[in-house]
Design a protein around this ligand. Structure first.
Ligand SMILES: [Zn+2]
Ligand SMILES: [Zn+2]
Length: 290
């Protein structure tokens, strides 16, 4: 009987994490945090707190994570929802203002204009890139748990954060997940960006087009230098699904979604394919930039 009880408890802890993955303190209930906010005269979006709780991130760590975002994330009081009639019908309207960011890699600019020194010499097939966090600190730790320790509950929080940026910047344009390398997907048994796209679609109504797939025999780009990444990236991806059959022709905007933006080589190769399939402009939305 005890064995069964313990097994049920372990399964419950995997499904609904009780301790924060970052600081190990018990994840307080959303109600308790909301009551504390009310006493302090502040407000927190209950839906985002709930997403963090489901992902195993306590409310204090969520606050710290949000403070590390590259742009201030304006959190709506209720979960964003893309209305079915809007999906993909009109072009995305990127918002102006906020921190000036490089159009290629999304890093904050200091004294440069539009492009950072590194990206100025490159040519990208996408119109602009937006990353939520730099690849360090809490964002890097969380992404490490998600990708390398297969801690899937974090997808709930990542999708919520991506959706806030998506709605603010790219409106109803369809997203296209960057497919995982075949070998890593076979090894892990899942596609981390594909899972995020699934959450964005199911929880927030974000339109998703599976327009890309990895080429047979593709390899990892991790160990390659900048020049090699750019020259080889295009051979790693192919058009798939409706994009192959002309279903993307005339689409004003598509938003490539990835977990890490590095040199922009992958995003540029994918954007080039999408443009060859008839998409007019490609934007990039990534969780982190390294
Ligand atoms: Zn914590
Ligand atoms: Zn740049």
């Amino acid at each position: 009987m005890t064995i069964i009880k313990n097994s049920v408890r372990s399964i419950a802890q995997i499904l609904i994490p009780t301790d924060c993955v970052l600081c190990s303190v018990p994840v307080a209930s959303t109600e308790r945090r909301l009551q504390a906010d009310e006493r302090a005269g502040t407000t927190t979006a209950a839906w985002l707190l709930e997403s963090a709780r489901k992902a195993g991130v306590c409310s204090s760590c969520l606050d710290c994570l949000l403070a590390e975002a590259l742009d201030e994330l304006i959190i709506p009081a209720t979960p964003p929802r893309v209305a079915p009639r809007c999906r993909g019908r009109r072009p995305a309207q990127p918002i102006e203002g906020g921190t000036a960011r490089c159009r290629g890699c999304s890093r904050p600019l200091i004294s440069e204009y539009e492009w950072c020194c590194t990206c100025r010499s490159a040519s990208f097939s996408f119109a602009g890139a937006c990353a939520l966090f730099e690849y360090r600190g809490r964002a890097r730790k969380l992404l490490g748990f998600y990708k390398f320790e297969n801690y899937k509950p974090l997808a709930v929080l990542f999708a919520a954060l991506l959706c806030i940026a998506y709605v603010a910047r790219f409106g109803p344009a369809p997203i296209v997940p960057v497919p995982a390398q075949r070998r890593s997907r076979a090894h892990r048994g899942w596609d981390q960006v594909g899972v995020l796209a699934g959450h964005l679609s199911n929880s927030y109504g974000v339109p998703v087009i599976t327009a890309l797939r990895r080429s047979p025999g593709d390899s990892s780009q991790k160990t390659l230098g900048r020049t090699d990444r750019f020259s080889r990236a295009s051979s790693h991806y192919q058009l798939a699904g409706q994009a192959r059959r002309g279903g993307c022709r005339g689409l004003p905007t598509a938003v490539l979604v990835d977990d890490v933006l590095t040199t922009g080589a992958t995003a540029s190769a994918c954007a080039e394919l999408l443009r060859s399939a008839g998409v007019e402009a490609v934007q990039v939305l990534a969780l982190t930039v390294r």
